[in-house]
Design a protein around this ligand. Structure first.
Ligand code: CMC
Length: 430
């Protein structure tokens, strides 16, 4: 990282501010001394122009539609690698050798079972609870079960906690699903690969054999790769902020899951599919496009637009191809929802409003159709996102804890409330 500076004029004074440049992407003005030097804060709701940390994990160029994990393009990782290889890459910074990969796969696989008492924890929920509500609680509860990996000052414990979460979150996700539909929990089977194991835990029943469909397993594995990390998005920033206070990693990841749940973030895949169902027929598309464009109508086209990608979302391209592969494998020739999605995409991409605002389909636009075809109910979509993003959260959390300049995250504010006033008793109030 090279160092330079820039002069910023504030009132009559010029302040010299350090400028830091990364390996690629916009440089940043280091304003950490701004308050001490000028008595002023910066104001940036939504952090649209604020870099909150330095990171070596993921790079996005929103204008060019580029997404790199540790420098490797998402397209290459999704085409040639598998999800656990991506996990290794995000955690350790390099692609594994064959020996490192088999050792990593072995270690993750040996952590897939959860403490058996977790089952009783699940029984406390209503069956109709949203699986994301269960996930927030269950992942947070891991810190009550694995005390030997919550000391964040111990590098070994940090790594064990990381492996445990990558391994156990899919097991908890499958349990949340099984509980939701009233079926018995299915234990992990260590001879299977990560994603096949997850599919089996979701869809097998004790009463009959279950054979994993390798096309579906590969497709889901690719979906996991696409969702594994996305630099400082809302849930990752939540994990970092929670972790900055020294909270244990299980609690931090639970915070990330809570943030991911919102429809503007990970909840968008569920919302996108519900929207397609609500549209119901291609003939109704113009009505919904008009609603999305109406300033007085809060309706938005779910699965469209992105804070960072203003050209196209590279994940959406891969996702679209995966959707077609899955539908072909399952022999679904005429999926009305896919027809609506394709037509909606076509119309929106030619509409002046969407062109001008640079609103393109994002990864969630096609993932819902694919997951539905695989047999997942909409409530599980965001849970699957959480399974994949767990590794990104952990890699970012570890990077933060291991950064010597790390301090507690504590944003400031522009206060616009009442100035000091004196307390009155109820008898005095009017
Ligand atoms: N449909 C219609 N209009 C939209 C949409 C949309 N999906 N997205 C943005 N706009 C309009 C918005 O009304 C605003 O118009 P104006 O400038 O006239 O007020 C303009 O575009 C800019 O919108 P913004 O909300 O200021 O943009 P943002 O960068 O804060 O929001 C977003 C990004 C993803 C939250 C937003 O595009 C959105 O709500 N999309 C739908 C939800 C969605 O698909 N989210 C998944 C994101 S990808 C998965 C993930 O990483 O979590």
């Amino acid at each position: 990282m090279s160092a330079a500076s820039t002069s910023v004029k504030i009132g009559d004074n010029s302040q010299e501010m350090p400028v830091k440049s990364g390996t690629v992407g916009p440089s940043v003005i280091d304003i950490s001394k701004l308050y001490a030097q000028t008595g002023m804060f910066t104001y940036d709701p939504g952090f649209t122009s604020t870099a909150a940390c330095e990171s070596k994990i993921t790079y996005i160029d929103g204008d060019e539609g580029v997404l790199l994990y540790r420098g490797f393009p998402i397209e290459q990782l999704a085409e040639h690698g598998d999800f656990l290889e991506t996990c290794y890459l995000l955690l350790y910074g390099e692609l594994p050798t064959a020996a490192q990969k088999s050792d990593f796969d072995y270690r993750v696989t040996r952590h897939t079972m959860v403490h058996d008492q977790m089952q009783r924890f699940f029984q406390g929920f209503r069956r109709d609870a949203h699986p994301m509500a269960v996930m927030v609680a269950a992942v947070g509860a891991l810190s009550a079960f694995y005390h030997d990996s919550t000391d964040i000052t111990d590098a070994h414990q940090r790594m064990i906690a990381s492996m445990r979460m990558i391994a156990k979150v899919p097991t908890l996700a499958a349990m949340a699903y099984k509980y939701h539909i009233g079926q018995p929990f299915v234990y992990p089977l260590n001879e299977l690969d990560y994603t096949s194991n997850f599919l089996r835990m979701c869809f097998a029943v004790p009463a009959e054999d279950y054979k994993v469909n390798q096309v579906l397993s590969r497709a889901l594995d690719r979906i996991f790769i696409l969702h594994a990390d996305h630099e400082q998005n809302a849930s990752t920033s939540t994990v970092r902020l929670a972790g900055s206070s020294g909270a244990n990693p299980f609690a931090c990841i639970a915070a990330g899951i809570a943030c991911l749940w919102g429809p503007a973030h990970g909840g968008a895949n569920e919302a996108a599919l519900k929207m397609l169902e609500e549209i119901g027929h291609v003939d109704n598309i113009p009505k919904f496009i008009a609603k999305a464009k109406d300033k007085n109508d809060p309706f938005r086209l779910m699965g469209f637009g992105h804070r960072v990608y203003k050209n196209y979302d590279p994940r959406a391209k891969i996702m679209q191809k995966t959707a077609h592969e899955v539908l072909a494998e399952l022999g679904i020739k005429d999926d009305p929802l896919l027809d609506i999605a394709i037509e909606l995409e076509r119309i929106a991409l030619h509409d002046e409003y969407f062109i001008e605002k640079k609103l393109y389909p994002n990864v969630d636009f096609y993932s819902g159709i694919t997951l539905k075809a695989m047999g997942f109910p909409t409530e599980m979509f965001t849970v699957l996102f959480a399974v994949a993003r767990t590794v990104g959260w952990i890699a970012q959390w570890k990077e933060m804890i291991e950064d010597p300049s790390q301090k507690i995250g504590r944003p400031r504010q522009l206060y616009t409330g009442a100035t000091r006033r004196e307390y009155t008793t109820t008898a005095q109030r009017r």
